[in-house]
Write a protein that binds this ligand. Structure first.
Ligand SMILES: Cc1cc2nc3c(=O)[nH]c(=O)nc-3n(C[C@H](O)[C@H](O)[C@H](O)COP(=O)(O)OP(=O)(O)OC[C@H]3O[C@@H](n4cnc5c(N)ncnc54)[C@H](O)[C@@H]3O)c2cc1C
Ligand code: FES
Length: 501
């Protein structure tokens, strides 16, 4: 998550929690303080456990802080995809799961009387050529979901669209912060290692031993089990908040990289332009602003931010046992940008598994499942990851720090070494190791969010190399000394040659 979302700007002050110092024990440890981890901690505590939740930074500072928070079963092309890969009954089961997740969130808001702008709203999924809208409508009809195929006046023009009534929108931060906390929370407490045999997670200044561990870090952080590095891909989206714009429904372009719009108190969010993390062209916010101006006229942009999520190959999240051999470690990941209702499903499912209760969605969400028709996507992702891992090691840049624009970043040659270098607008340089601390793919500069992103599995770092997103559990090694030497050299040099180091 980079830049502040409209929810974060409108509700800047959440309660602060201490950092973990020392060794503690709990019945259940939840790693990750996004919506998935928080709801899971809430439900595990409700079922009678002593729960500790540890968050690497601040609660809801990850993807949850940057969501567009539609609580909906109307999720792009998921139903035709599932009908094709797994049949009508699996697609219907997925729909039932979403309904259950929606009901869970709504009843929590009602039970605790939470003021979070929760409102019912119609949702439209449109496609410019109409084909995808027809496919979605046909699949939803096949599984018995009541929707309408209509010609709609969408904000981007008239288009064939599938309309579903009674979807919901809310303010996720106001909702989550108002849920009563029945568990211990530690912020600024990053888990750097999990010993699955000892069921202990180690942090910088302490450890947590627990009977069960839930990994809800968006991208799972235990690489030794589960093969998640091959089974999910990171996808980033960009969003802007257009102040004063109005809309009476939510609109989603059926194309994966199309636009998504929803109203909020005070305006409309316009987002989309999904792409694999680390492969952006640096023009996303410009493109969103231009699109918003065409739809709503020139208006003030109240916030702009980017966030990423993990995508599975069949579109269904992985929720359940981390791997077949690890029964006391659970995983929640792969929401594919549909994590609101799905987080409630996941929290309930993990709690049921831990309590030994049957859950109707266990098989559908099982991380151990195999689905037909997903092998091609698996191979393509594995090939891309391999290319990032090998290509980065073979790449040796020839250009030096002079080639970097002020305010920009680039992987360059600095004192004979490959470094990722950010140049402040005043010319100061910050050099970090160019290879991602996770599995050492080469980092890429994201000019939109001004971050160093890893296209391999989506770890992100700020311009100075501080860790922002998993799966890495470490920040980048910095090379402040090299950058300082570079500055001194630059001052001495009268020669303006490009090969300056
Ligand atoms: C732009 C965008 C729009 C979206 N819109 C919608 C929508 O309209 N409707 C919908 O249903 N879904 C939507 N989603 C998806 C939804 O927002 C996400 O699926 C959901 O927020 C993910 O929650 P999470 O708890 O899994 O992850 P996060 O919110 O990222 O939480 C994970 C937490 O784990 C912490 N962490 C990571 N590593 C460690 C560690 N080693 N130790 C301790 N803590 C750690 C992180 O700091 C982070 O806070 C959208 C997603 C995006 C990107
Ligand atoms: S190598 Fe895995 S995130 Fe960078």
């Amino acid at each position: 998550m980079r830049g502040y979302s409209v929810w974060q700007k409108n509700n800047p002050c959440g309660k602060r929690y201490p950092r973990l110092t020392g060794d503690i024990s709990a019945n259940a440890l939840v790693i990750g303080g996004g919506i998935a981890g928080y709801l899971t901690a809430y439900m595990l505590a409700r079922s009678g456990r002593k729960v500790a939740l540890v968050e690497g930074y601040r609660l809801f500072s990850g993807t949850t802080g940057g969501t567009t928070a539609k609580i909906t079963y109307h999720q792009g092309g998921i139903y035709p995809r599932l009908v094709k890969s797994s049949g009508i009954s699996a697609a219907r089961r997925y729909y039932e799961a979403q309904r259950a997740g929606m009901d869970e969130l709504i009843s929590l808001a009602t039970e605790h009387n939470i003021d979070c702008s929760l409102s019912p709203i119609d949702g439209y999924i449109f496609s410019a050529d109409g084909d995808e809208a027809q496919r979605i409508y046909a699949a939803m009809s096949d599984i018995g979901v009541r929707t309408e195929l209509v010609r709609a006046d969408t904000p981007v023009g008239s288009a064939l669209a599938v309309r579903a009534e009674d979807q919901f929108i809310f303010d996720p931060l106001r909702f989550l912060r108002a849920l009563p906390v029945g568990f211990e929370i530690y912020e600024n407490t990053r888990v750097s290692r999990v010993d699955v045999e000892k069921k202990t997670a180690y942090t910088e200044e302490g450890s947590v031993h627990a009977d069960m561990i839930v990994v809800a870090t968006r991208f799972p952080i235990i690489d030794s089990h589960g093969s998640y590095i091959f089974r999910i891909r990171p996808s980033e989206s960009y969003t802007i908040a257009v102040e004063g714009a109005t809309l009476d429904a939510t609109y989603l372009d059926a194309r994966e990289d199309g636009l998504s719009l929803r109203p909020y108190d005070g305006g409309v969010t316009v987002g989309g332009l999904d792409r694999r993390t680390g492969t952006g062209d640096g023009h996303a916010f410009f493109a969103l602003r231009a699109a918003a101006a065409r739809m709503f006229g020139e208006r003030r942009i109240a916030a702009e931010w980017s966030a990423q999520d993990c995508v599975t190959f069949d579109g269904v999240p992985y929720v359940g046992y981390y791997s077949p051999e690890l029964r006391d470690v659970y995983v929640i990941t792969g929401f594919g940008k549909w994590g609101m209702a799905n987080s409630a499903v996941a929290a309930r499912l993990v709690t049921d598994l831990a309590d030994g209760r049957d859950n109707p969605f266990e098989r559908l969400y099982s991380p151990a499942r195999r689905r037909k028709g997903t092998f091609g996507a698996f191979l393509r992702n594995a090939a891309r990851s391999a290319a990032y891992l090998i290509g980065g090691r073979l790449h040796f840049p020839l250009r030096g720090a002079r080639s970097i624009e002020p305010g920009g970043g680039k992987v360059v040659r600095l004192h004979g070494k490959k470094r990722a270098v950010y140049k402040e607008p005043d010319g100061r340089l910050y050099a970090i190791d160019a290879m991602c601390p996770h599995l050492r793919a080469e980092l890429r500069w994201n000019a939109d969010s001004k971050t160093w992103d890893c296209p391999c599995h989506g770890s992100r770092f700020d311009r100075y190399g501080n860790l922002l997103s998993a799966p890495s559990v470490h920040s980048c090694k910095t090379h402040a000394r090299l950058a300082a030497e570079e500055e001194r050299n630059k001052k001495k040099k009268t020669d303006t040659s490009e090969a300056d180091v």
